[in-house]
Design a protein around this ligand. Structure first.
Ligand SMILES: NC(=O)c1ccc[n+]([C@@H]2O[C@H](COP(=O)([O-])OP(=O)(O)OC[C@H]3O[C@@H](n4cnc5c(N)ncnc54)[C@H](OP(=O)(O)O)[C@@H]3O)[C@@H](O)[C@H]2O)c1
Length: 302
């Protein structure tokens, strides 16, 4: 039976990490924030966050550094996908091998490196459609409710199913999924269509409701790859799924749109880039997704 279920260490206290840290603390968990790079932390520090009803909350987490790794019992990684490797690298050989690692980011493609770097650690994957905003280095806002799924990426992770129940006490609609890769692929399809299209146009997600032919064509190109990964669903299913998210988030700008608009790197290599690498392995050609990938790369600040 796993212990220390109520002491979470978060690596990556940005928009999502900040809100999750607040929600976990509010539900009675001990929360520590880990930095594995050189950025300085001013102590003691009180973090503020606003819940979905607009209520303000405060909490004072512990701040950890790489040298504290031996004391970490549960590690939730909430960096951007392209920061996962550099953020975890300093922990190789330092993190106890019994400590579960939970990866939570958009896109796919970090898992294989983490498996190689931490071969004995239980590895869990998380997918969420909650929304979060960073208002400053110490202030965060929960902007949208959504589902959260957690599931095992290796055999050692199966013993950690109780984490789902614990998460569900902190944020609504959290559950365990043995088919967590399917959940990741579902989110990947949505991100692979909505993110590059809106990042290139600079428009809100709702703009895609006027571009249904393009949405459909992008979904159609993905179908053989999705079938290869065991995801059922015909063209109408995937098109409607993407359009439903565009409708529900019509007033929002996608994260890729925001990243490009702010001159930050995007997660394109872990979204469309991952899709294209998987397609290449399967000898499938996805010219429309290839075009989007190149267009985003050209727009990304070097
Ligand atoms: N925000 C949302 O609504 C939302 C919803 C669903 C999924 N997601 C996904 O969740 C992931 C995180 O998104 P986000 O919006 O929270 O991004 P974010 O605000 O950029 O947060 C990432 C955080 O990781 C920190 N970080 C990077 N390297 C670190 C290290 N070595 N040690 C400690 N901290 C480190 C960054 O710190 P610095 O700022 O100092 O670099 C930053 O605070 C992304 O994959 C995103 O697509 C986000």
């Amino acid at each position: 039976m796993p212990r220390h279920l109520d002491h979470w260490t978060l690596l990556g206290c940005g928009a999502l990490g900040g809100v999750l840290a607040g929600l976990l603390a509010e539900a009675g968990n001990q929360v520590s924030l880990l930095r594995t790079n050189d950025a300085e932390v001013r102590l003691p520090l009180q973090l503020s966050w606003w819940d979905l009803q607009g209520h303000e909350h405060h909490f004072e987490p512990d701040f950890l550094q790489t040298k504290d790794a031996a004391n970490i019992r549960l590690l939730l990684v909430t960096t951007k996908a392209y920061q996962v490797q550099s953020a975890l690298e300093p922990l190789i050989g330092q993190l106890p091998s019994a400590t579960p690692i939970l990866l939570l980011h958009n896109g796919m493609g970090t898992e294989s490196w983490v498996r190689r770097a931490f071969p004995d650690n239980p590895l869990l994957l998380m997918v969420t459609s909650n929304g979060a905003l960073r208002l400053g280095s110490e202030a965060f806002r929960h902007t949208g409710a959504g589902e959260t799924w957690i599931g095992p990426a290796n055999a050692a992770a199966r013993a950690w199913q109780p984490l789902a129940e614990l998460l569900a006490r902190a944020l609504p609609h959290a559950g365990w999924s043995e088919a967590i890769h399917h959940k990741q692929w579902e989110k990947l399809v949505i991100n692979a269509v909505i993110n590059p299209l809106t990042a290139l146009s600079g428009e809100r997600n709702g703009s895609l409701l006027q571009r249904q032919d393009e949405v459909e064509a992008l979904c159609e190109e993905l179908l053989p790859l999705l079938q290869r990964h065991g995801l059922s669903g015909d063209l109408a299913y995937w098109r409607d799924k993407v359009l439903q998210v565009a409708r529900l988030t019509a007033d929002n700008y996608s994260s890729m749109q925001q990243d490009l608009a702010c001159g930050r790197p995007s997660e394109i290599d872990f979204i469309t880039g991952f899709v294209l690498r998987e397609a290449q392995e399967a000898k499938l050609h996805l010219p429309l997704h290839q075009q989007l990938y190149q267009a985003i790369k050209a727009k990304e600040t070097p």
